[in-house]
Design a binder for this molecule. Structure first.
Ligand SMILES: [Zn+2]
Ligand SMILES: [Zn+2]
Length: 305
């Protein structure tokens, strides 16, 4: 039996090879590097202050539970900072229920305050109902727009000054290419890891944006986190799946591709971010249009239904 090559950090036998950096890592050192990377991302983009009140979107998947664990550890060194977990029940029978239980249990274990709100309460519709009704757009589009609204509203009501989401590097690189292929450079601004100060919106931060999906899965596994691995039954955004496969192939051939794609997209993003112009005529939430995107989508559904 040949011994695995030594860990680049401590010299013990390694268990993981990180192709984009050349490192070989044992399990404890691997775990350390993920936490250190999140800390670096937070400080590089000035994401937090010593007394930030952070609302974290927790879906019950590996990314949000991993980030919850790391933020909880970081918070222990900052007694004036606070974390509150927010889960959104989109109303997907047989899928969301399990994830919500997992999220609730994880928060209990870590001693984190946890609140849940639902599409049904906020918008009068579940994702099951939206998926079943005649509509113009993919289910993921409705879900994404409504979830962003729900998270912002909940975070604002909790008087949080940051809204953290657990998008990983793969999510960010995929979204970057999707925006590019749709010719939408304006939307590149939403990829900003540190977010923007906009009236009516809680500043969004993405502390997990430098963690590749594969490493997020490994971190969750090594930390023994119970998470939901079932994919959403409605997740069939064909173009995103194509891009995911393409990026995974390229990453294999040229390690570091995902980082390059994401960093380049950030350079293309508009640097100036204007204040939101006003309030939606229907719901009063901040928007640059007369009617906000959430109300536009809900109106379309009502007309068709
Ligand atoms: Zn090591
Ligand atoms: Zn509205």
């Amino acid at each position: 039996m040949t011994q695995p090559p030594p860990c680049t950090r401590c010299g013990r036998p390694s268990a993981y090879h990180r192709p984009y950096s050349g490192e070989r890592l044992c399990n404890p050192c691997f775990t350390d590097t993920i936490k250190e990377r999140v800390q670096r991302t937070i400080s590089r983009h000035d994401m937090l202050q010593y007394d930030s009140r952070i609302a974290l979107g927790v879906s019950g998947g590996k990314d949000s539970l991993g980030l919850l664990k790391i933020l909880t550890e970081i918070e222990e060194d900052h007694p004036n900072a606070e974390i509150i977990a927010i889960s959104i029940d989109e109303g997907v029978t047989g899928y969301r229920d399990e994830a919500l239980t997992i999220a609730t249990d994880a928060c209990k274990t870590l001693g984190i305050e946890h609140i849940t709100t639902s599409f049904k309460t906020l918008f009068g519709l579940t994702m099951d109902e939206i998926a079943a009704s005649p509509r113009e757009l993919a289910t993921c589009t409705y879900c994404g727009v409504l979830r962003r609204r729900a998270l912002n509203q909940a975070a604002r009501e909790l008087e949080a000054d940051r809204l953290a989401t657990a998008h990983n590097l793969d999510d960010m690189a995929q979204t970057a290419l999707l925006n590019l292929m749709r010719g939408d450079t304006n939307r590149m601004a939403t990829l900003s890891p540190g977010g923007h100060e906009l009236t009516g919106f809680v500043r969004r931060i993405k502390p997990y944006c430098d963690v590749p999906e594969r490493e997020s899965a490994m971190y969750a596994y090594l930390q023994n986190l119970r998470f939901q691995s079932l994919p959403c039954p409605y997740a069939a955004e064909a173009q995103r799946n194509d891009i995911r496969n393409f990026l995974n192939r390229m990453e294999k051939k040229r390690p570091g591709t995902k980082f390059t794609v994401y960093r380049t997209a950030l350079k293309l993003a508009p640097q100036t971010h204007t204040e939101t112009a006003g309030h939606c005529n229907s719901c009063g939430e901040p928007t640059t249009n007369q009617t906000c995107r959430t109300c536009q989508l809900l109106e379309q559904l009502q007309k068709k239904g």
